[in-house]
Design a protein around this ligand. Structure first.
Ligand SMILES: [Zn+2]
Length: 259
């Protein structure tokens, strides 16, 4: 998948399947994020390819259930740097076992990465303190930030559910509008991989009620930005999101007319 592509809706191309079939080892996410690739993954397994689910090692008690009653979990675990660190360690372990000649190199790179992730995690905790308590609310189109909110102390609201496959109804939008007007939240966010229409509808809804809410800079929820841009890696994506959130909600955020 390229930058800005929505994984919930992605269907693999014939070329993708060819590449998967020629791979030595295939990592997949593992919590139903690759919903439309299930058939190809089953095919790969049958063909004897080695597959590894990145989220396999996470204790189920640390995952957020999505409340469908089917024992399904929210897949957006990368929004928690500590959880994603565990996944990265797991990937390194599987790689080192599969390619023993490179094991030392893999281990050393993995250690560097884990250190970088720890800095990133610390930075998020520090920077978010610049947002006054009552404004620590993250409103987005789809529900990708539950782990972020849980780890970093932000309330999270969204128009759609955990997958972009769900459509939002008029009531979802009007409930959110009421919440924003009552709580006087200054900003809401669009995501790079999700259609802006719901967030724009919410903004219009707030205006129609005599309030005002800004749309903050784009967040990267389910997809990195272009490789040479400011959100081309995992940590830069997390930092870019952090910057956008603090700019829009922090104590220096543009003041919004109150009704
Ligand atoms: Zn998502």
């Amino acid at each position: 998948m390229g930058p800005g592509v929505d994984p919930h809706l992605y269907t693999p191309t014939r070329n993708d399947v060819r590449e998967l079939l020629s791979a030595d080892l295939v990592f997949y996410h593992g919590l139903n994020l690759e919903g439309r690739m299930a058939r190809q993954l089953a095919q790969l397994k049958q063909s004897g390819r080695q597959l590894a689910a990145v989220t396999d090692i996470l204790p189920r008690g640390q995952l957020r259930s999505i409340g469908t009653g089917h024992g399904e979990f929210d897949p957006h675990v990368w929004m928690s740097v500590p959880l994603w660190t565990e996944c990265a360690k797991h990937v390194a372990k599987v790689l080192a076992e599969r390619f023993p000649e490179q094991a030392a190199e893999i281990r050393s790179r993995s250690e560097n990465l884990v250190n970088e992730f720890a800095h990133c995690d610390q930075e998020i905790r520090e920077q978010l303190k610049r947002i006054p308590e009552e404004r620590r609310v993250l409103v987005t189109a789809h529900d990708a930030f539950e782990y972020f909110g849980h780890d970093y102390g932000m309330r999270v609201r969204s128009v759609q559910g955990v997958s972009t496959e769900s459509e939002a109804g008029v009531k979802d939008i009007s409930d959110l509008v009421t919440f924003l007007v009552e709580q006087k939240i200054p900003a809401i966010f669009v995501e790079s991989s999700v259609n802006r229409r719901y967030i724009e509808a919410v903004q219009s809804g707030v205006a129609a009620r005599g309030g005002s809410v800004r749309i903050g800079d784009e967040l990267y929820s389910d997809s990195l930005g272009p490789a040479d841009g400011p959100a081309g890696t995992y940590e830069s994506m997390m930092r870019s999101n952090l910057g956008s959130i603090v700019r829009a909600l922090g104590d220096n955020a543009e003041s919004v007319p109150r009704n």
